[in-house]
Design a protein around this ligand. Structure first.
Ligand SMILES: Cc1ncc(COP(=O)(O)O)c(C=O)c1O
Length: 434
């Protein structure tokens, strides 16, 4: 074995022992990444990799203005929210300025899981009910309450099924789902499943608390919903007294290009929105935004305290991320690069029968591989081989979806037109070999 391979084996063995064997690692030949810059990652040997999957380092790995803002504040003060501090108010003001006017109250937390957990508490306190309708193949976080709401987890390997408070409806997948296409009639057909789920829950004596869904499904395989789906699902939920939660942890903050938040693409205003990953560019921070009415219900005497949420360092970083998105026009950039990328991927479909579907919004893209375009037989092994081959060509991608046959593309927003062309060219080469 080479020295590098020996080192990889030693690190893997140490991980298994010290970090628990349930922690996964990307790629058959794992990478030891030691540095990041913009859309690139570098391994110990100095090899450069084009990062096509990290939607957390949203404005680029180690973006200098974000790093400087964090360093400055870390050298000045870091405390909790029990002292008055301007930065949390400024950050709440700037964040809510990007959201519909109704969502004017913010809570700050440390991870997407924590944001969804808090959203669930807000919904349950406000409605006095517990039941939630979720989408098939959804993932919302790793806490017990969220495993119980994440079909991807409770119905997956090691899962123990859903509790009686969770009601699952089909993922509105225009390509593979029971209703096809992006038309409003398809959106309405999927929304009817939400209506039916609530009817059945009510008939069984259950009481509606919330409808929880991502605005574009990530773990479901980068699935963009048909027109009107969220509007119909929200109407059905509100009609029975529930509130609507949009999980923007993956897709939010300018990535989808045509809008700043994913739910805007569907023309809805949620009652609660959860934000995570991209808002801190890699710093562990997340947030929940809601209406004054729901915030008032939540203020039932129990204090909301969070040791780290909303600390001055996180707020300085969050403000810097918003500044960079705005100063560098990254939302517009995501739209332009994403459209060119998807055009290139669709062109590949003319030459490679494995390309089943290309879908996405801005720089949140899915490339679904199939063995047969008529039966939609998933090409999971080919998708896996594609990702592994490209890793050795310095391009980092991953797969997801219930059949593990969707190549996920969600790079830092500084990804360029040339980067998109480079990936399309590499895919063209590799698809020809599969
Ligand atoms: C849609 C969605 N919601 C919530 C989470 C949980 O976020 P975190 O891992 O920061 O707890 C994730 C994480 O992958 C996610 O994809």
């Amino acid at each position: 074995m080479t020295t590098a391979a020996t080192r990889t084996e030693a690190l893997l063995a140490a991980r298994r022992g010290r970090l628990g064997p349930s922690l996964s690692v990307s790629y058959h030949d794992p990478l030891e990444i030691v540095r990041g810059e913009g859309q690139y990652l570098f391994d110990r040997a100095g090899e450069r990799y084009l990062d096509c999957v990290n939607n957390v380092c949203h404005v680029g790995h180690c973006e200098p203005r974000v790093v400087a803002a964090g360093q400055r504040q870390l050298a000045t003060l870091n405390t909790n929210t029990r002292y008055l501090h301007e930065s949390i108010l400024e950050y709440a003001r700037r964040l809510t300025a990007t959201l519909p006017a109704e969502l004017s109250v913010c809570y700050f937390v440390n991870s997407g899981s924590e944001a969804n957990e808090l959203a669930l508490r807000l919904a349950r306190t406000h409605t006095g009910a517990r039941d939630v309708v979720v989408l098939e193949h959804g993932y919302h976080g790793h806490t017990q309450a969220l495993i119980d709401l994440g079909h991807y987890k409770f119905a997956g390997r090691g899962g123990q099924g859903a509790p009686e408070t969770t009601h699952v409806v089909p993922l509105p997948d225009p390509y593979r789902g029971p209703h096809k296409g992006y038309e409003p009639a398809t959106g309405a057909a999927y929304a009817r499943h939400v209506e039916t789920a609530w009817e059945q829950a009510l008939a069984a004596g259950r009481r509606p608390a919330a409808f929880l869904a991502e605005s574009i499904s990530g773990c479901g395989g980068q699935v963009v919903f048909p027109a009107g789906f969220l509007a119909g699902a929200y109407t059905a939920t509100r009609a029975v007294g529930g509130v609507c939660i949009a999980d923007e942890v993956q897709v939010g903050c300018g990535r989808v290009g045509r809008a700043f938040w994913g739910f805007e693409l569907q023309g809805v205003v949620p009652d609660i929105v959860t934000l995570g990953k991209p808002i801190g560019n890699g710093h562990p921070m997340a947030a929940v935004a809601t209406t004054p009415e729901i915030a008032a219900s939540f203020a039932n005497g129990m204090e909301y305290f969070n040791t780290f949420g909303g600390n001055p360092v996180s707020c300085a970083i969050g403000l810097a991320v918003l500044d960079v998105i705005q100063e560098d026009g990254l939302q517009r950039h995501a739209l332009a690069v994403g459209e060119r990328f998807m055009r290139g991927l669709r062109d590949l479909g003319a030459r490679h029968p494995l390309v089943g579907d290309v879908r996405g919004e801005g720089l949140f893209i899915g490339l679904e591989l199939v063995r047969d375009r008529a039966t939609l037989e998933p090409a999971a092994a080919a998708a896996d081989e594609l990702v592994e081959t490209l890793r050795h060509r310095g391009i980092l991608l991953s797969t997801d979806g219930p059949h593990h046959n969707v190549v996920k593309i969600k790079p830092p927003l500084v990804f360029t037109h040339e980067n998109a062309d480079e990936v399309v060219e590499a895919l063209d080469d590799v698809l020809a070999t599969l």
